[in-house]
Ligand binder design. Structure first.
Ligand code: GLN
Length: 451
């Protein structure tokens, strides 16, 4: 049914970069066979899933939205992919994304933008916009994404679905094509909170293949999603994330969600996190710095594209020609920015200062979580914007992640759940719920109450 739906709508939505019809049917038959043999299978066995094209999938093309990886077929699975295969989920295909996960709209994909199923002239968010569009458009019941600065929560919010950024290190980065390694976090997309929790649980947990993986029990997210009561919970509204620059209808629905939590017995208070306003500039130094280092591996020798290798050119020339042709403008912008910020003489002023700001943001969270159990804010300042509106204005694009970036810099858990439609445009609004590291279950508990 999902393959039929994909063939009916995906020429308009363009959520997928690759649909694996044969592979999906084979995996579905395999699950039937395992079930018939009496093998104990998890709750998601046989459920189809779409993977963001940043996860390596054995034998299935993986591009990270970039020309530089066109035609590359990974010889191995990411841990997330492998665990979900083992749990019997059926891979429908790979979803579109901003190149190397840099962006908030999928317009930076080398393969053209995906579209928001609510309004095909608008973006589905990004960078995991193919995954959010696939789930919102009923092409897949579940999808994976990665969140470095908001790339799961922001697309989930503007597509009216649930998306979670687990605690950093709670989900494995092994086999996730790296953007900014201290921030990248795989997470789930689903159409309701319980489905998201089931998926979260299915791929989470310690992985010796990822050196930053946390060796701790998976937070009880499924139980929390089933429970969903907030009586007595202390909910802090982030003072800095409201007011100017926010679409009025976003604030209307956000305030209603807070009132709903209060009516369900939560204790609501306002909490100030003064350093959150500096998260955006800190992020746009730290993430390009890490990206400039990570993307050095695309050297025209090891994977994908190779340009100008006609026997007359040096390896350096082939590398330069390949990177010039293979990377898009946003990726080049970030490599240049990151290389500059890391260069000797500037390192302390830029990268060093950004790291200090990162510490201040983490301290804001620590202080806040002494007063409250969770923090809430709108997930995004606006609803889905029209395709093209911010394409030539990087600063306007970057502001889409104003509210989501602090949780990445601190590494704690956060989730976006739909909280209604903005009255002025009828488009979905997301409520962001943030909790301390390894308290992901709190975000699911609050989300289930709002849903
Ligand atoms: N939009 C942000 C960026 O462009 C975040 C992306 C992400 O989370 N991968 O970097």
């Amino acid at each position: 049914a999902h393959l039929d739906r994909i063939s009916a709508v995906d020429d308009r939505v363009r959520a997928f970069l690759h649909v694996d019809v044969e592979g999906a049917l084979n995996q579905a038959r395999e699950v039937d066979r395992r079930r018939a043999q009496g093998e104990p299978l998890g709750p998601l066995a046989g459920v189809p899933i779409a993977h963001k094209d940043v996860f390596t999938t054995r034998g299935v093309p993986t591009t990270a939205g970039s020309k530089i990886l066109e035609g590359w077929i990974p010889p191995y699975d990411a841990t997330v992919t492998e665990r979900l295969r083992a749990a019997g989920l059926v891979i429908l295909g790979k979803t579109n994304m901003d190149e190397f996960a840099m962006g908030s709209s999928t317009e930076n994909s080398a393969y053209g933008p995906s579209r928001n199923p609510w309004d095909l002239e608008r973006v589905p968010g990004g960078s995991s916009g193919g995954s959010s569009a696939a789930v919102a458009g009923y092409e897949a019941p579940l999808a994976t994404g990665t969140d470095t600065g908001g790339s799961i929560r922001q697309p989930a919010a503007v597509c009216g679905i649930v998306g979670a950024k687990p605690t950093y290190g709670g989900s494995s980065r092994y086999g996730v094509i790296a953007f900014a390694s201290s921030l990248d976090t795989p997470g789930p997309f689903a159409r309701n909170v319980l489905d998201a929790a089931l998926l979260h649980e299915a791929f989470s947990g310690h992985d010796p293949m990822d050196s930053t993986s946390v060796d701790a029990p998976v937070p009880p997210v499924v139980e929390a999603a089933r429970r969903g009561d907030v009586a007595g919970m202390r909910v802090g509204v982030v003072r800095e994330f409201a007011g100017e620059g926010y679409q009025p209808g976003v604030l209307t629905r956000f305030n209603e969600a807070v009132e709903l939590l209060e009516s369900l017995g939560a204790k609501v208070s306002e909490v100030s996190c003064p350093n959150f306003t500096t998260a955006l500039p800190a992020y746009y130094l730290i993430s390009p710095s890490e990206c400039s280092s990570n993307l050095a591996r695309f050297d025209a020798m090891r994977y994908g594209l190779r340009v100008g290798d006609d026997g007359t050119r040096s390896a350096e020339e082939v590398m330069a020609l390949t990177r010039a042709a293979g990377f898009g403008p946003e990726v080049k912008r970030r490599i240049i920015l990151g290389t500059y910020a890391l260069s000797s003489g500037y390192y302390d002023a830029y990268y060093g200062s950004a790291q200090k700001v990162r510490t201040l943001i983490a301290r804001d969270f620590t202080a806040a979580f002494e007063q409250v159990d969770v923090l809430v804010s709108p997930t995004t300042p606006t609803t889905a914007f029209p395709i093209g509106e911010r394409a030539d204005d990087p600063m306007a694009m970057y502001r889409a992640d104003l509210c989501t970036i602090p949780a990445n810099l601190a590494g704690n858990a956060a989730l976006s759940v739909p909280c209604g439609l903005a009255p002025e445009d009828g488009l979905p609004v997301g409520l962001q719920i943030m909790a301390p590291a390894l308290a992901d279950d709190r975000t699911y508990r609050v989300a289930a109450a709002v849903e």
